[in-house]
Design a protein around this ligand. Structure first.
Ligand code: ADP
Ligand code: ZN
Length: 519
């Protein structure tokens, strides 16, 4: 409308004068319009999309100070330097600062555009008093996923922000994060008191990256082939120090290329040296644990490979995002094995109870990406809340559609078992019921008396896991908070026989392997 386009024109003017940028990027305007109109907002955008600008710019336009809550002091000081370089009146209040008095005086006098504080400040009564005595424009909450136990980086201090901000109810809030799946996003909105329609998500697509995900049968051969097809620098992520060393040695021997290892167990000098060589090199391959990559600025990485599954879709996106920052074509290859998932599921039992549901959901989402017969990019972008076209034309499945099998009957049996057992049991229990396993828990619940008991056998039994995962991928089955599976989406249509279910054909050896016992 007229108001918002006028506000945006003003903002664009400022963008040029203060920041020296020609125009907005991606969905920055959508966020800015809301913020300038005083509407609380959650902006989910990938790293580098320009989130900081969406509060820094309003901070220079609105009356009063924008209070920025940010969890990392080092980061805060970087931002402080950058903001001051742009002529923005900014300050920090952290344990590392000695100029508290001046900062507080300036804040109270309305002489600050931006004030950066750590979240632990928020719980201190003195800080609330300080806010009362100063003109406020906006609360900006950086790394907002820290407020959610569903996120991967929960910080209890973030929970103190809502009560604090509620005392200044007419000051708008802007929460920012690069990593938030649907669940975490909903949680952030609730925890920070931001309305549902205040969500702005965008800019996750990396069109120059080709995504490919394959079953791992011979990683050294598969990675050697990749290195042949894709010259130029590359990163191979491996799960353990031992695997890093092993793969680096074997790939070097197999390809004759320079391949170096990188992990936290190496001598710091060696590590720094390997990293420096990688950054300077035009064809070196680094085999590394995920310790490698953070803060490395190398735009011409031509491939990122995963020798086993990453931790989550977020991690996959972030790690593969290190490829092709120069915009030239690059490749992301994931090699996965059933044992990766089995191990990850086993590890679920070891994480604190309150985090298990979130971790399980993250693993299921990753499994959906691995198992999909459809476009990988579409799954990725949908995960980040975007609404992509069904086909990208630049992933393995788009370019070479995999074989699919009709598992409609098995899917109906599975859904029926979930329904008849009360939609509160996980895969393991449903599998036992369907295959007629001798099991105390099954008997105690009298699930051996259900019509679905023992109706699946032989080869079909080994297909239950892929079927379950496919059903979760399409939302016909949804994981409950307690790890059970409940009917969702089009489950009723499948049960009625109105909707067929097709899945990617699992490799032959998988169809009769440990897979069915693994999880
Ligand atoms: P994020 O916080 O989303 O990771 P930053 O706010 O650090 O991203 O911005 C990343 C880079 O993009 C910064 O160097 C910033 O100056 C630049 N940038 C932000 N917005 C624009 C824009 N509209 N035009 C050009 N560059 C921009
Ligand atoms: Zn695709």
């Amino acid at each position: 409308d007229l108001d918002s386009s006028a506000a945006l024109d003003d903002a664009r003017q400022r963008l040029r004068e203060v920041f020296g940028h020609d125009d907005f990027r991606g969905r920055q305007p959508d966020v800015l319009v809301r913020v300038l109109a005083g509407q609380s907002t959650l902006a989910v955008m990938p790293t580098g999309a320009g989130k900081s600008l969406t509060y820094q710019l309003p901070a220079t336009m609105l009356h009063g100070t924008c209070v920025v809550i940010s969890p990392l002091i080092a980061l805060m000081h970087d931002q402080l330097r950058a903001a001051r370089a742009d002529g923005i009146r900014a300050a920090t209040l952290t344990s590392a600062d000695s100029d508290w008095r001046e900062t507080m005086d300036a804040f109270r006098a309305g002489e600050l555009d931006l004030l950066y504080v750590a979240p632990e400040r928020a719980s201190q009564p003195s800080f609330c008093d300080l806010l009362t005595a100063a003109p406020l424009a906006l609360f900006a909450i950086d790394e907002a996923h820290c407020v959610s136990e569903w996120g991967h980086d929960f910080r209890p201090d973030y929970r103190q922000l809502r009560p604090l901000m509620d005392r200044f109810g007419d000051i708008p809030r802007l929460a920012l994060t690069a990593t938030a799946d649907a669940h975490t996003r909903a949680d952030i909105l609730e925890q920070l008191g931001i309305p549902q329609d205040g969500l702005v998500v965008a800019g996750f697509d990396r069109p120059s990256i080709h995504y490919a995900i394959r079953h791992r049968d011979n990683p050294v051969r598969q990675l050697t082939t990749l290195m042949g097809e894709q010259p130029g620098p590359g990163i191979v992520y491996a799960p353990t120090r031992r695997k890093v060393e092993d793969l680096a040695a074997k790939l070097a021997a197999a390809t004759g290329r320079e391949v170096l290892p990188y992990h936290a167990g190496l001598d710091p000098h060696v590590r720094a040296e390997n990293q420096a060589r990688f950054v300077a090199s035009e064809d070196m391959v680094m085999v590394a644990t995920i310790a490698f990559g953070m803060g490395i600025d190398k735009p011409d990485v031509r491939f990122v490979a995963h020798a086993s599954i990453p931790k989550s879709i977020e991690a996959y996106y972030q790690e593969t995002g290190r490829a092709g920052r120069d915009g030239d074509p690059s490749l992301a290859l994931m090699l996965w094995g059933a044992e990766d998932f089995a191990r990850a599921r086993m590890r679920l039992a070891e994480v604190p109870e309150d985090r298990q549901a979130g971790d399980r959901q993250r693993l299921d989402s990753l499994a959906s990406l691995v198992e999909t017969a459809g476009c990988r990019r579409a799954v990725l972008l949908r995960h980040f809340g975007e609404d992509p076209p069904g086909q990208c034309g630049n992933c393995d499945n788009c370019l070479d559609a995999p074989g699919v099998v009709d598992v409609t009957e098995l899917a109906r049996k599975f859904l029926s078992a979930a329904y008849r057992t009360g939609q509160s049991f996980g895969f393991g229990h449903l599998q036992k019921v369907l295959t007629g396993a001798e099991d105390d828990r099954v008997r105690q619940r009298e699930h051996d008396r259900l019509s679905v008991f023992g109706i699946v056998d032989g080869e079909d039994a080994a297909m239950l896991r892929p079927v379950s995962r496919a059903l979760q991928a399409r939302g016909s089955l949804v994981a409950t908070e307690h790890g059970g599976l409940a009917l969702g989406g089009d489950a009723k249509d499948i049960l009625k026989g109105d909707t067929p279910v097709m899945i990617v054909k699992p490799p032959k050896k998988e169809r009769r392997s440990r897979r069915s016992r693994a999880g």
